[in-house]
Ligand binder design. Structure first.
Ligand SMILES: *Cc1c(COP(=O)(O)O)cnc(C)c1O
Length: 379
């Protein structure tokens, strides 16, 4: 059976060679814009593509303000700071995520607590979150505290796994009730919509990534999305060394960060974002082909977008019967010219986070033992 899957994927990508998991496609103005940067000498921290990329992205996502960053990880770091997270605070998130989410929490000296995911989204469960909050916290004034440790719970970071949106309405309701700020890790979900609204725009701050393996790429890059324009303006200021604007003087009014994306990366981003419609359409067709192909398969199930959602199908995922089948499938496909991979090792199993508090993580564990990602590049 695995043999048939392998030949199906080779046919899908029309190749006998190894099919990669996710590679970028440059089919638009990428070279033209990069050449413009070089010809103009504006390759670094100043240039028209930075502003253009931010404007294009506010237009596309519907955010009030977008601020580019060097990568998604430092955009997350910045987002958590802007959400008011301080040393020794608690940040609630998923164990089923890429390491960047937890690294950013750690840069501030805050502590992640891992909450279970939902079976239909693979992302943070508002129900599990509410259960944990009711059992473990108390509200004092405008803040939520862990009753047992006394730590303040300042933020919650849901992650839209493989581009599938979490249950945002419910999550926003629970977090508002407990005075917790949401920072959406939308690194994987550019082009994913929840009830018609772009992911990353439901919270105080949302984060995108344009790493080489993401839906569009700037080489390396990230972005902050804001609803509050003033907060967005402040983000721009502190991601650019907090320099007070002046033609020749160098005065800074805040601890700043050199987190600004260079113009050459933004040039690539503009060219890529121009093609987002085609890219998403192409990825959707691939997802549809996988979906149809696995429809009659009792052992391998395709993971489809949650209801009320339009997913970007960044990385297609299938669910195997159990851990043993997952391991066998991974080995067979990788031995036979189809790159596949399991979901990330769960955060609470890594040495840095092994002592962090978790709820039962029942669904998280279930997915970890079964998920395999299939090749998902634009064809
Ligand atoms: C890609 C990714 C990021 C950001 O990664 P960078 O490589 O720093 O751009 C953050 N969170 C998740 C879940 C990701 O997949």
């Amino acid at each position: 059976m695995y043999k048939e899957v392998v030949s199906f994927i080779h046919e899908l990508y029309d190749t006998e060679e190894t099919v990669p998991l996710h590679v970028p496609a440059f089919r638009g103005n990428e070279k033209k814009y990069l050449n413009e940067c070089i010809d103009s000498t504006f390759v670094s921290s100043i240039g028209k593509f930075v502003d253009r990329f931010e404007e294009m992205m506010t237009e596309y996502t519907g955010a009030s303000k977008a601020v580019v960053c060097v990568n998604g990880t430092n955009a997350l770091h910045m987002a958590l700071m802007l959400a008011g997270v301080k040393r020794d605070d608690v940040v609630l998130t998923q164990a089923l995520t890429f390491i960047a989410t937890c690294n950013a929490i750690s840069y501030i000296g805050a502590h992640p607590v891992f909450i279970d995911v939902d079976k239909d989204t693979m992302g943070l469960s508002p129900v599990a979150l509410e259960v944990w909050l009711i059992e473990n916290t108390e509200i004092k004034g405008e803040n939520c505290y862990n009753k047992h440790t006394g730590r303040r719970i300042k933020a919650c970071v849901p992650m839209h796994t493989f581009g599938h949106p979490v249950h945002l309405d419910e999550l926003v309701e629970v977090c508002n009730r407990f005075h917790i700020n949401i920072v959406e890790d939308a690194a994987e979900s550019l082009g994913s919509f929840y009830k018609g609204k772009h992911t990353g725009t439901f919270s105080k701050v949302g984060v995108l990534s344009f790493n080489g393996n993401k839906t569009i790429t700037t080489g390396g890059g990230g972005m902050l999305l804001f609803q509050d324009e003033e907060l967005g303006g402040f983000a721009k200021h502190i991601t650019t060394q907090a320099k007070v604007p002046h033609r020749w003087e160098f005065v800074h009014d805040h601890i700043g960060y050199n987190y600004r994306m260079p113009n050459i990366n933004a040039a690539l981003g503009c060219a890529q974002l121009e093609q987002i419609g085609d890219i998403l359409e192409n990825k959707r067709q691939t997802a549809e082909k996988y979906k149809v192909y696995f429809e009659d398969n009792n052992d391998i199930k395709f993971f489809a977008e949650p209801i009320n959602c339009h997913s970007n199908y960044w990385l297609n995922a299938v669910i195997l019967k159990d851990k043993q089948s997952q391991q066998e499938f991974l080995k067979y496909t990788n031995d036979n010219g189809v790159m596949t991979r399991p979901i990330w090792e769960l955060m609470n199993r890594l040495p840095m986070f092994k002592d962090c508090e978790t709820d039962g993580l029942e669904n998280t564990q279930w997915f970890a033992d079964r998920v395999v990602n299939l090749p998902s590049s634009v064809r």
